[in-house]
Design a protein. Structure first.
Ligand code: HEM
Length: 500
C-alpha cells in the first residue's frame, strides 16, 4: 500500500476519534441547566431584573432543574447554587477555586478604584493585604475591645434619643435611630474621633444616596460609552454623588493624617490604611483608594447591622413571650446589680445563651443579604458534573439555605429555642453549612464577630431598658423589600416604655 494512503487514512481516523471524543466530552460537561435561551433577547430580559425579582423565579427553576442552575445574564453565564451541601463543596472544600470575584463592570470600576477594595478585589495579593489589614488591625478581638467605651457612648446616645422620641410620640420609627447609631460607631472606628452630628449625617447621606441609587445606575454598566449619553442625567447624578462622597471623606482623611502625628491614642481604620503598602505594586494607597476602603468599611458595617437589628426587634415585638424570656435571662445574670444597673455589659453577653439564640434565629430567618456577593472561579472548573466557566459568576442563595425544611423544622417560624440544643453553633459553616448569613469560606464576612457583638449588645440593652410593644391599632408586618439589604417593607413602628 502506498505510504501517502496510509498517512491520510491515519489522519482521518485521528480526526474522527477526536471529533467523537469532543462530541462526547461537550455533551457531558456543560454549564448547569437553565430555562431556554433566545440569544440576546433573554439575556437582556434577565439583565433588567433585580436580585429580589430573580429570587422567586429561581425558586421555581430550582424545583424544575435541580439545586444548581444557569441564567445567561447580559454577556455572562450566571450560576445560582441553592443547596447547602453544594455551597460547602464549593466554598469550603474547593475554596481556592471559588474565591475570586467577577471583573467589575463600568460603575463598579469607578466606585471601587478599579477593584482596590476588599469585597471586589480579585483573589490575589492585593485582596489578601487589604483583608488581612482589616481583620488583624481592626477586627481582631483585642482591637475590637478597645472600642468598648465608644459602644457604651453610642448606646447611651441611642437610649437618650429613643426616650425623648417616645415622650413626644406614641409610636416611633426605630430604623432611623439604629442607622444613626451604627454610623456613629463605625465613623469613630474609621476616623478615630467623635464627629459632630452634622458630619455624621453628611457621611450617612453621601453613602446612602449611592447605595440606594445602585439599581438605577446599573443600566450605565452596559455599553457604557453609549448609555452615558443616552442616560446623561443619570450619569451626571452618579458623578455628582461620587464627588460629594470624596468632598466629605478627603478632608477627614487629611485631618486624621495631621492629627495622628500629634497624638496616637486610638488606632483608627484610616491610621492602618495610611501605613499600608500594596505588595504587588510596591506603593502606598492613594487618597481615592482610602476613600473607597473607608466607604466599604462603613457600608459593610452599618446597613447590614441596622437591618438585622430591626428584624430582630420586630420579632421581639411580635412575640412578647420571646422578649420576656430575654429580659428574664438578663435579670438572672445581672443578679445583685439588677436594681441599679441600666447597662448589660459586654462581659455579660457570654452568659446569655438565649439572647445569642435570638440573634442567630434573626439572622437565619431574615438574613440581611439573600445572596452573598457574586463569586467567580479562578479557572474553568468541573463542579458536580457541570462546567463552571472562568468568566462566569457564581451566586449562593443564602435565604434558601436558612429556610431549608430538611434542616430546619417549620423554617418560616421564629423559634430561637432551635439554637438552644446546639453546643456553640458554628456560623462559619466550616464543617457543615446549615445557614450562611455571613457567607462561608475564604470570602466569609471578616466582620462577623463584630457584627454579632453589636447585635447582642444593642438588642440586650434595648429590651433591658424599654418594654417594646405594638402601638395601639398597629401590627408588625414581616414583608420584605430589597434595598441595599433586604429590609422591612413597612418599617417597624413601636411603642416603648421605660422598664427600669
Ligand atoms: C449583620 C451584619 C453583617 C452581615 C449579615 C454581613 C454579611 C456579609 C456577606 C454575606 C458577605 C459576602 C460574603 C461572600 O461574598 O461570600 C460579606 C462580606 C464582607 N463584609 Fe460583612 N456582614 C456584616 C457586617 C460586617 C461588618 C461589621 C464589617 C466590617 C466592619 C463587614 C465587612 C465585610 C467585608 C470587608 C466583606 C468583603 C469580604 C471579602 O470579599 O473578602 N461586614 N458580609
Amino acid at each position: 500500500m502506498e505510504a501517502w494512503f496510509i498517512v491520510i487514512v491515519s489522519l482521518c481516523v485521528c480526526v474522527l476519534i477526536r471529533a467523537i471524543f469532543s462530541l462526547f466530552h461537550n455533551k457531558t460537561i456543560t454549564t448547569p441547566p437553565g430555562p431556554p435561551n433566545i440569544p440576546v433577547i433573554t439575556s437582556f430580559l434577565w439583565l433588567r431584573k433585580t436580585f429580589s425579582e430573580l429570587e422567586p423565579i429561581l425558586r421555581n427553576l430550582h424545583t424544575k432543574y435541580g439545586p444548581i442552575v444557569t441564567l445567561p445574564i447580559g454577556s455572562h453565564r450566571v450560576i445560582f447554587i441553592a443547596d447547602r451541601t453544594l455551597a460547602h463543596q464549593a466554598l469550603i472544600q474547593n475554596g481556592s477555586l471559588f474565591s475570586d470575584r467577577p471583573k467589575a463592570l463600568a460603575i463598579g470600576k469607578i466606585l471601587s478604584c478599579n477593584q482596590h477594595n476588599i469585597n471586589s478585589a480579585s483573589y490575589g495579593p492585593t485582596w489578601r493585604t487589604l483583608r488581612r489589614n482589616l481583620a488583624s488591625e481592626m477586627l481582631h478581638p483585642s482591637r475590637a475591645k478597645s472600642f468598648s467605651e465608644i459602644r457604651k457612648w453610642v448606646l447611651h446616645t441611642l437610649l437618650t434619643r429613643l426616650k425623648s422620641d417616645s415622650q413626644s410620640n406614641d409610636s416611633i420609627k426605630i430604623i432611623d435611630h439604629f442607622q444613626y447609631a451604627m454610623f456613629c460607631l463605625l465613623v469613630f472606628m474609621c476616623f478615630g474621633e467623635r464627629l459632630d452630628d452634622g458630619k455624621v449625617r453628611d457621611i450617612e447621606r453621601v453613602l446612602r444616596q449611592l447605595l440606594l441609587g445602585m439599581n438605577r445606575f446599573n443600566i450605565l454598566n452596559f455599553w457604557n460609552p453609549v448609555m452615558r449619553v443616552l442616560f446623561r442625567n443619570r450619569w451626571e447624578e452618579l458623578m455628582r454623588f461620587r464627588k460629594e462622597k470624596d468632598d466629605v471623606f478627603v478632608p477627614l482623611i487629611r485631618a486624621r493624617k495631621q492629627k495622628r502625628a500629634k497624638d496616637d491614642v486610638v488606632v483608627s481604620y484610616v491610621d492602618t490604611l495610611l501605613d499600608l503598602e500594596l505588595p504587588e505594586e510596591k506603593r502606598k494607597l492613594s487618597e481615592m483608594e482610602m476613600v473607597t476602603l473607608c466607604s466599604e468599611f462603613m457600608n459593610a458595617g452599618t446597613d447590614t447591622t441596622s437591618t438585622a437589628l430591626q428584624w430582630i426587634m420586630a420579632n421581639l415585638v411580635k412575640y412578647p413571650h420571646v422578649q420576656e424570656k430575654v429580659v428574664d435571662e438578663i435579670r438572672s445574670v445581672l443578679g445583685e446589680r439588677v436594681r441599679e444597673e441600666n447597662e448589660v455589659k459586654e462581659e455579660d453577653l457570654q452568659k446569655l445563651p438565649y439572647l445569642k439564640a435570638v440573634i442567630l434565629e434573626g439572622l437565619r430567618r431574615h438574613p440581611p443579604g439573600h445572596f452573598v456577593l457574586p463569586h467567580a472561579v479562578t479557572e474553568d472548573v468541573v463542579f458536580n458534573d457541570y462546567l463552571v466557566p472562568k468568566n462566569g459568576t457564581v451566586n449562593f442563595m443564602v435565604a434558601e439555605m436558612g429556610w431549608d425544611p430538611k434542616v430546619w423544622e417549620d423554617p418560616m417560624a421564629f423559634k430561637p429555642e432551635r439554637f438552644m440544643n446546639e453546643e456553640g453553633f458554628d456560623i462559619t459553616g466550616s464543617k457543615e453549612i446549615k445557614m450562611m448569613p455571613f457567607g462561608a469560606g475564604r470570602r466569609i464576612c471578616p466582620g462577623y464577630n463584630l457584627a454579632l457583638l453589636h447585635l447582642e449588645y444593642f438588642a440586650a440593652n434595648l429590651v433591658w431598658n424599654f418594654e417594646w410593644k405594638v402601638p395601639e391599632g398597629g401590627n408588625v408586618d414581616l414583608s420584605e423589600k430589597q434595598e441595599f439589604t433586604v429590609v422591612m417593607k413597612n418599617a417597624l413602628l413601636v411603642h416603648i416604655s421605660p422598664r427600669i
